[in-house]
Design a binder for this molecule. Structure first.
Ligand code: DGJ
Length: 726
């Protein structure tokens, strides 16, 4: 069992691989003791140190005498004296905001229960995970919190979530509910997060923890252009291969708050959960609310190991379905090839080239439905544009099928254009507040997926396109943030539930669609990486990483994304040069090297490629067909950091260490630059490796300790090496 409870000292100990997470119960409070390198089973209660630092913080005289403001709490609720950021805050029927949660009982179960209505990690056999459920109760209101701790012993990960139950007679309002909260007994840490924007996602910010709050307050109704739903604390000295790293990630696609606070007594608290200001929920008598799952990972071995654990968990126990483990099909996407300007004849020309070149899928992006020749209309009207496809989509899907190429298609189901038949019929189906203007983003509004009839409409219209099986892939887009958040279907005292209800609606719709169309590969997109989160990965195993398809820019974006997310989830495409976003002129081999992630494709018109490039496409596709499995499932190592250095380098090593695919890109030439070489990680030291393109032979220890020579001249030059054990 990965979880032990020792009644003599009322201690809970959770062992995840080589780490332990420990807390005790005293006077009804759960006191956090330890998270770090694995400890043998023993009484750790001495770790609780009650210093009695009162300052101005009251002592609970009649409740065991804790100064709650000065003890490490496992799930702090607001109102009894802990003045730090609470995990739970409720407004009771009498208007008070107190919740005095005390231990009631606990149970340890094999396996992992599913969280109703929400995406979450899962098990394939009950042996993979043990779950601890600790129930806390406020006797005055009857509010009960079930704290779930799911321990993936082998994978080295613990997940947490809270189920809040109202056993009282009156409704209560949940004002804040964090999915995880962890107290640290000092503040000698750096905090790491992602920041960015559309086309510049997931830069890494690292800063020492300061007194006060470091908060990522994402209130946009979408998880991740600006920040990503995770937060990391690490030793000041932690690097790729050493140091303590503690991370929390939220499996959720909407607004969230991640917070690291350094408090008055030099202790730290880290939390993640639904956005603290965007969310509210009226919990009626007898009802239960489930908070999204938080994924927690700790390692003593630096960021490489941290990423590996999250990659493995997300790839194998968050992603689901037919495409989870199979090499992903190589696709050509029409967006940067045609934008809105295509018809069936143009697509046939591109499709014929796709077939000749060896593509497995051709995707028709935005513009195939309604009367959509630009981005100002038709979202919601998911019927084929007869002007572009007089004989329907079958003409192109049959044409491709005869040539062995599958057809993929773009949808943006959660949106509605004011200029659409759907809007004319149902102007109240969008998120809005009566009597106020409806702000448009990209000429569109957002549908209220909290309404069942809206989800049913979407299910029916998407099904009408997917039902006959001719569509093999769906790109699911989401291209604006939420404003004027309100639902015509909810009473005034439930308006704060709107965005979360939209996500519950989205998740239930995706559950239906992915269940009913199991053969379809779904790819998530939100203007690129606006919803690159674990929640979407539950339904769609890959994400269009960024609308920025420039190989040089992608180096940084993919580097930052790799901190938490696996390569199998990162879609990357070879696009045209000069690049459409940045105008960078980049050699073909560099665009290829960077696009060779676990999910590979092209984003250009093959009929317009220069001959010397088109002649290389088939070899590139074959390379992915041969090594895609390693790229998708191998262990990924960040070797050089493009944010700080004048180059980027990385490698992916197969689990048997027999194959290693390494990439290097020179991003800036320095005159008389140094002797650039790239040292690898993760190889078999004594084994011999032959490089595929040069035939050069090295030992694993040579490659790991000295490395291979990399180019130092010609900006944007790259080198792709494939080392195979001989
Ligand atoms: C944003 C996406 O990220 C692009 O790839 C493309 O699908 C456009 N939307 C289409 O409108």
């Amino acid at each position: 069992m990965a979880i032990t409870y020792t009644p003599e000292c009322r201690q809970f100990k959770l062992d995840a691989k080589d780490t332990s997470y420990i807390f005790i119960e005293r006077d009804g409070f759960l006191l956090h003791l330890y998270w770090g390198a694995k400890l043998s089973d023993c009484d750790c209660s001495y770790m609780f140190r009650e210093q009695g630092r009162a300052a101005f913080s009251p002592r609970m005289e009649n409740c065991g005498g804790f100064i709650l403001d000065d003890v490490p709490l496992e799930y702090p609720a607001w109102g009894r004296g802990d003045m730090r950021s609470p995990a739970l805050e409720v407004i009771n029927a009498d208007g008070s905001d107190i919740c005095d949660l005390r231990y009631k009982c606990h149970k340890i179960i094999k396996g992992k229960p599913r969280i109703p209505g929400l995406p979450s990690t899962y098990v394939e056999s009950d042996d993979e995970c043990d779950t601890l459920v600790v129930t806390l109760r406020d006797d005055v209101t009857g509010v009960e919190a079930d704290l779930y701790y799911c321990v993936y012993g082998e994978l080295g990960v613990i997940t947490r979530y809270t189920a809040l139950r109202n056993t009282g007679k009156e409704s209560v309002n949940i004002a804040k509910i964090a999915s995880a909260s962890v107290d640290f007994d000092n503040i000698r840490y750096d905090v790491i997060s992602n920041f960015g924007t559309h086309c510049r996602e997931r830069n890494i910010e690292r800063t020492p923890l300061h007194h006060g709050d470091y908060v990522m307050d994402v209130r946009r109704g979408a998880s991740s252009h600006v920040h990503n739903p995770f937060i990391i604390l690490c030793d000041h000295t932690a690097d790729e291969t050493s140091g303590n790293v503690y991370g929390m990630m939220l499996a959720y696609s909407g607004s969230f708050t991640a917070r690291a606070s350094a408090n008055q007594f030099d202790t730290a608290r880290v939390q993640i959960g639904l956005n603290e200001r965007e969310f509210g929920w009226k919990l009626g008598s007898g009802e239960t609310f489930y908070a999204p799952e938080a994924i927690m990972c700790c390692t003593t071995k630096g960021f490489d190991e941290f990423s590996y654990r999250l990659h493995t968990l997300l790839r194998t126990r968050m992603c689901r379905g037919k495409y989870r483990d199979v090499r992903r099909p190589v696709l050509l996407n029409s967006w940067e090839a045609c934008y809105f300007s295509f018809d069936v004849e143009r697509l046939k020309k591109i499709g014929a080239a796709c077939a000749d070149l060896g593509f497995e899928l051709m995707v028709i992006d935005d513009g195939w439905f309604g009367k959509r020749d630009t981005d100002n209309c038709s979202l919601g009207d998911w019927v084929v544009d007869k002007k572009k496809f007089p004989n329907g989509l079958h003409e192109i899907s049959d044409f491709l099928a005869e040539r062995g190429v599958g057809l993929g298609i773009w949808f943006e189901p959660e949106m509605i254009s004011p200029d659409s038949d759907l809007y004319r019929a149902h102007p109240d189906w969008c998120i809005h507040i009566d009597g106020r203007p409806r702000s448009e983003g990209r000429n569109q509004l957002i549908l209220d997926l909290g309404r069942q009839e809206v989800c049913d409409y979407l299910y029916d219209s998407i099904s009408a396109i997917l039902r006959d099986g001719s569509i093999k892939y769906v790109k699911w887009d989401f291209n604006r943030n939420m404003t004027e958040v309100g639902s015509a279907a909810l009473p005034a005292d439930r308006q704060k539930e709107t965005t979360h209800r939209c996500y519950l609606g989205l998740y239930s719709l995706l559950e239906r669609l992915t269940n009913d169309y199991k053969d379809v590969l779904f790819e998530s997109c939100s203007g690129g990486g606006g919803r690159f989160d674990a929640g979407m990965l539950y339904y769609m195993p890959q994400v269009w990483t960024s609308d920025n398809s420039d190989a040089i820019e992608r180096l940084r974006i993919q580097y930052g994304t790799s901190l938490c997310y696996p390569m199998s989830a990162m879609s990357a495409h070879v696009s045209a040069s000069p690049n459409h976003q940045t105008a960078h002129v980049t050699p073909y081999e560099t665009r290829l090297t960077v696009a060779l992630t676990g999910s590979f494709g092209f984003e250009l018109d093959p009929t317009e490629m220069p001959d010397d490039e088109r002649n290389r496409v088939t070899d590139s596709i074959n390379l992915f067909k041969e090594y895609g499995d390693v790229l998708q499932k191998g262990r990924y190592h960040r070797l050089r950091n493009p944010h700080d250095e004048t180059c980027a380098a990385w490698c992916t090593v197969s689990h048997d260490k027999k194959v290693c695919i390494a990439g290097y890109v020179l991003t800036h030439v320095r005159m008389y630059g140094n002797n650039e070489r790239v040292a690898l990680r993760g190889l078999e030291p004594k084994a011999k490796y032959k490089e595929k393109f040069t035939g050069a032979v090295y030992t694993g220890e040579q490659l790991m300790n000295f490395g291979f020579h990399a180019p130092t001249t010609l900006e944007y030059r790259s080198i792709l090496c494939i080392f195979e054990q001989i």
